[in-house]
Ligand binder design. Structure first.
Ligand code: ZN
Length: 329
């Protein structure tokens, strides 16, 4: 059915633009994507003053609201506790709800299930609920989504399944991801360039960030066909940062150009792809297209290479990865 409707759509496009002749006519595929943003109130909350966090949150949410893009933001409550700034940081989180978005849990301190052990990790999940629950309660909302920090879902199947059962028991639905262009890596470099008013470098970073995401989207669409037989409703992983605050609109345009429209996470999770068999375990967290491929015995190949100069410059600057490491004091 799906391929038939695509063919009909393609035929229509040709009829409507006969003069385009043999030129490549973009096929109209009804692509759908849910946007999720991690590491709230901000990936680099430990380096940014509360006023900056408020400003970037307002800018980011303003764009998303204007463009009517539904988003779930995933919180690390530890980032709220900075002496003298707690109230303002909580207010930044509150803005997500005021703008009409939803909040999910990303553990208290961005703890990796692969690093801290199951018991400690479960405590991290519980501790990560307090402020968010307090903000949700007056709106008659409840925490219902959980995102694994670093996408670490467990080193062994036993741990993975026990953690999943724990999450279900606490009323969570796991929020998988299928599109990931490592925006946090670009965001660290962008933050530094912005601080130094290096606009040329900022532009270069943005250009690369958009191009790399476009390549990742194309690759993920292909991989989707290989593992699911079609392109499911995708789930995009982004992080709260100045890069996203300044440029998320352009990234959304990249998606629109590829034929995507924006749906809620709830809608995306209704896609049957999210119940495909998934036995993935490993040291390195990864996206769900990889989970499904590896479960099927298919090794994902041909992923676009992350721009080396961005990695090198990031290392030179000793920038954090935009996330709170579990070992941090
Ligand atoms: Zn994260």
């Amino acid at each position: 059915m799906k391929s038939l409707s695509i063919r009909i759509a393609a035929a229509f496009t040709l009829c409507m633009f006969p003069s385009s002749g043999t030129a490549q006519t973009p096929q109209k595929v009804d692509r759908q994507v849910a946007v999720t943003i991690d590491d709230l109130p901000a990936g680099m909350a430990d380096r940014l003053p509360a006023a900056d966090i408020t400003a970037l949150t307002a800018k980011l949410l303003g764009t998303l609201r204007d463009q009517k893009i539904p988003v779930v933001g995933f919180v690390n409550e530890k980032k709220l506790y900075k002496t003298g700034e707690v109230d303002e940081r909580i207010k930044a989180l509150q803005m997500w709800l005021d703008y009409g978005f939803e909040l999910g849990n990303h553990t208290y301190s961005h703890a990796s299930l692969n690093q801290v052990g199951l018991k400690a990790w479960e405590e991290e999940v519980i501790r990560g609920e307090s402020v968010t629950n307090m903000l949700l309660a007056p709106r008659k909302m409840k925490l219902r989504y959980f995102r694994h920090p670093y996408l670490d879902t467990g080193r062994d199947l036993m741990t993975r399944r026990l953690a999943e059962a724990f999450l279900v028991e606490r009323g969570y639905r796991i929020a998988p991801i299928t599109l990931d262009g490592w925006d946090w890596m670009f965001a660290g470099l962008y933050e530094d360039a912005k601080k130094r008013n290096d606009t040329a470098l900022q532009q270069q970073i943005v250009k690369e960030y958009l191009a790399y995401h476009d390549a990742v989207f194309a690759y993920s669409e292909q991989l989707s066909i290989k593992v699911a037989g079609y392109e499911p409703k995708q789930i995009l992983l982004l992080h709260a940062s100045n890069l996203e605050a300044d440029h998320i609109g352009e990234l959304m345009d990249v998606l629109r150009k590829r034929g995507y429209r924006f749906v809620t996470l709830e809608d995306a999770l209704g896609d049957s792809a999210y119940s495909l068999p998934d036995d993935y375990v490993g040291e390195e967290g990864t996206g769900w297209l990889d989970h499904w491929a590896i479960t099927q015995g298919k090794i994902p190949r041909g992923a676009p290479v992350f721009p080396q100069w961005v990695m090198d410059r990031t290392k030179e600057l000793h920038l954090s990865t935009g996330t709170v490491t579990p070992s941090e004091p």
